[in-house]
Design a protein around this ligand. Structure first.
Ligand code: SF4
Length: 331
């Protein structure tokens, strides 16, 4: 049958852009809260509401976590997003194991405010339950401006816990950011969200990790970033050099080859034998970061504090105003 009208026009339409498809899948999980015993990280508990991350940063070393599910194609990490099943009652029971003053980090493996959060709101539900408690040390790491949606809940959390929100901003150069972090919100949007949180009295800062040789590690680039985050009201600033696991090495080196061919030989040499850059490079960039911190009066890390009432050992971790059964009742 010959096509006519809009059907004919549709058949003749030429492609303008192919938008990648992303699948959201429900992942049955036994726990949302995971213990962490590593001495190398400053937290005892982690929460990652999603497995996989739609932002698709080229340097992302968390890609290997999809390999545990036999999803070995690197792009699967950013196209198959697993949403962990969440039940408030189960989460409350899990929190019974958390002691007062413990450090709980949200978003250590994947972004808790990636696009899936707009739809599924798992992070928001977690925060709402934590807001019924007191006396923890909470941290959130994100590249998303969606975190500003939760500013009122975060402000409440900051009154009864030690809380800080760290934004990852590797560069203020939008074009470079688009290449490195293709589906993440623009750097200026992240800083706008940071400002919103600061206006709500929430401690927030920036980590510029990873620093990538020849791309975002110059003093000029770091100074511009330092000035931008200072103007946004950040209270701390830090950065670590690039680290490439085998899964991210393939993705990152392919980007370097296609978009920064002059840097390819350097990257191949730097990462030939190890996943880490050498101490010499780390020392150089550390000095640059320190100089920027000094210039813009930024602290190297968030302030560790506990609101006075949260520090009272006589008080339960759960607020008495909460009407459900406390998770630590009977223990
Ligand atoms: S935002 Fe973080 S978890 Fe997500 S892709 Fe980028 S580096 Fe990986």
């Amino acid at each position: 049958m010959a096509l006519v009208g809009i059907a004919k026009l549709a058949a003749q339409a030429s492609p303008l852009q192919h938008k990648r498809s992303v699948d959201y899948l429900q992942l049955a999980t036994r726990s949302i809260l995971n213990p962490c015993s590593s001495q190398r990280v400053p937290f005892e508990w982690t929460i990652n509401p999603y497995r996989g991350c739609e932002y698709g940063c080229k340097y992302c070393y968390a890609r290997y976590t999809h390999e545990f599910m036999e999803l070995r194609e690197p792009s699967a990490f950013e196209r198959k997003i697993f949403v962990k099943s969440f039940q408030a009652a189960v989460f409350r029971r899990e929190l019974a194991a958390v002691k007062a003053g413990a450090r709980l980090a949200i978003g250590t493996a994947t972004d808790p405010y990636q696009p899936a959060e707009r739809r599924f709101r798992i992070t928001q539900q977690i925060l709402e339950i934590l807001a019924q408690m007191r006396g923890l040390r909470l941290s959130i790491t994100t590249k998303s401006d969606l975190v500003a949606r939760d500013a009122p809940i975060l402000a409440q959390l900051a009154k009864s816990h030690c809380l800080h929100v760290s934004f990852t901003v590797t560069t203020m150069d939008r074009r470079l950011a688009r290449l490195l972090e293709p589906y993440a919100p623009r750097p200026d949007l992240r800083l706008r969200a940071l400002r919103t949180l600061r206006e709500h009295g929430i401690q927030a800062g920036v980590f510029a990790s990873p620093l990538l040789p020849g791309l975002n590690d110059s003093l000029a680039s770091l100074r511009f970033l330092g000035q931008s985050i200072f103007e946004a009201g950040a209270s701390y600033f830090g950065a670590n050099p690039l680290f490439l696991r085998p899964c991210s090495k393939q993705v990152m080196l392919s980007l370097i080859e296609q978009r920064f061919p002059k840097l390819l030989a350097r990257y191949q040499t730097l990462f030939r034998r190890a996943d880490f850059l050498d101490e010499n490079y780390a020392h150089q960039v550390r000095k640059r970061v320190e100089a920027v911190r000094r210039e813009f009066r930024l602290a190297p890390c968030p302030e560790d504090y506990l609101p006075p009432e949260a520090a009272d050992p006589q008080l339960s971790l759960f607020e008495p105003s909460w009407s459900g059964t406390p998770a630590n009742a009977g223990r």
